[in-house]
Design a protein around this ligand. Structure first.
Ligand code: A3P
Length: 287
């Protein structure tokens, strides 16, 4: 199936999952509730890892919900129309949503609410590698002819959800608000348990040691990969090839093996230009 995009205010979206009507409705008319929680990311930054963590925190570490219900029903996508959209609209409070929306398209009602956002970011070079592999297995992003082509699209912001640079800079305007938690994929890799504790504190959720251990155990890469409700093996064929490796490697720094020196320099150059004057340092700036 050929992937088609439409543009919403200059940003590409895959027509098979998203619609202008839904995006317009979300931005202008969707009513955020004070007890809503949003898992926000740029694609391939650890969205589904956070879905698993949040699901397990909600169930006090009991893995049975994660083992019986697919991840897109547990914490549904805010912006998807049709198929998976029904799950977002039929939740009862407290509602949890995942979203890749850039800040300018987020429901206006959020900004006057007490609802919480957990924003997870990842080294853009690892995002690129993950996105390229995803583009080869899924129909929600156009299949690139080469890695170089994907890198160009990523740097130009023509991949779905637009520019990584604009996404993170946009959302970081919220970083000092007490209803916003900034997490990195790298931090989760380095200190899975400590980061889960941080998330619990942010959500006001107290888990005992045993429950915390269960959250960490069942949101590990291996557990998720072996769980058919988390590894996308049950996802619709139109969206992803069932035999694909949706949970591919789950590591930080894979870009070192996958990018040539020229590709690295190209990304670094644009990163420097785009992040110039932005007064925040990230873990990957040191790498
Ligand atoms: P890789 O392709 O580098 O393996 P998203 O959920 O935003 O689409 O992000 C997907 C990336 O998160 C994939 O990266 C996937 O393997 C990784 N991921 C998902 N669950 C993970 C886990 N429990 N531990 C580590 N990485 C995980």
């Amino acid at each position: 199936m050929e992937t088609q995009y439409f543009q919403y205010k200059g940003i590409n979206f895959a027509s098979m999952l998203y619609s202008e009507e839904r995006l317009h409705f979300l931005e202008n008319d969707f009513q955020v509730r004070d007890d809503d929680v949003f898992n926000v990311t740029f694609p391939k930054s650890g969205t589904h890892w956070m879905v698993e963590i949040l699901s397990l925190i909600r169930s006090n570490g009991d893995p049975s919900w994660c083992q019986k219900v697919p991840n897109w029903e547990r914490i549904p996508w805010l912006e998807i129309s049709g198929y998976a959209g029904q799950f977002a609209d039929h939740q009862t409070s407290p509602r949890y949503f995942s979203s890749h929306l850039p800040i300018q398209f987020f429901p206006k009602s959020f900004f006057t609410s007490k609802a919480k956002i957990i924003y997870t970011a990842r080294n853009p070079k690892d995002v690129l590698v993950s996105l390229y592999n995803f583009a080869l297995m899924s129909t929600v992003i156009k299949t690139p002819h080469s890695f170089d082509e994907l890198i160009e699209d990523f740097l130009n912001g023509t991949v779905p959800f637009g520019s990584w640079f604009d996404h993170i800079k946009g959302w970081m305007q919220m970083k000092d608000r007490n209803n916003f938690l900034f997490i990195t994929f790298e931090e989760l890799k380095k200190d899975h348990r400590g980061t889960v504790m941080k998330i619990c504190k942010f959500l006001g959720k107290e888990l005992d040691e045993e429950a915390l251990d269960l959250v960490v155990e069942h949101s590990s890469f291996k557990m998720m990969k072996d769980n058919s409700m988390s590894n996308h093996s049950q996802a619709p064929e139109f969206f992803i090839d069932k035999n694909s490796n949706f949970l591919r490697k789950g590591i930080s720094g894979d870009w070192r093996k996958c990018l040539t020196e020229a590709q690295k320099e190209n990304v670094d150059k644009l990163y420097k230009e785009k992040m110039e004057g932005f007064n925040m340092k990230f873990v990957w700036d040191e790498l």
